[in-house]
Ligand binder design. Sequence first.
Ligand code: HEC
Length: 97
Amino acid sequence: MTATRVLVATAIVLLSLQTSRTAEAPAGASSCTGCHSAQAGASEMHALDGMPAAEIADKMSAFKAGSRPATIMDRIAKGFSEDEIRAIATWYAAQKP
Ligand code: HEC
């Protein structure tokens, strides 16, 4: 990991600490909300809260494998193991939309 990536990751973690969530998020989950807003209607982006875990996990795996067209999610998904993806997907599915 380059120093820049460490800095960016740290910034994302620090920013996400300010948002209160219902349960402690697994590693990496809080980095998603910057783009996938938790507030319905706040952005055009598909919110992850309440999305079925299998749907999140399947799409993330497809992004990771390069079989789902993406502008950025392919690169993001490659940063997570299948275990991490499952943990993140399970957590988002449990959040109230
Ligand atoms: C830098 C902004 C950004 C971040 C951070 C981000 N995403 Fe995404 N996400 C996107 C974009 C843009 C798309 C649309 C596909 C594309 O162009 O890559 C997308 C699409 C998705 C989709 C498919 C939605 C659908 O129904 O088609 C899922 C699932 C998803 N992201 C999950 C995640 C998860 C989980 C994280 C955190 C680990 C995350 N994203 C972090 C920008 C982001």
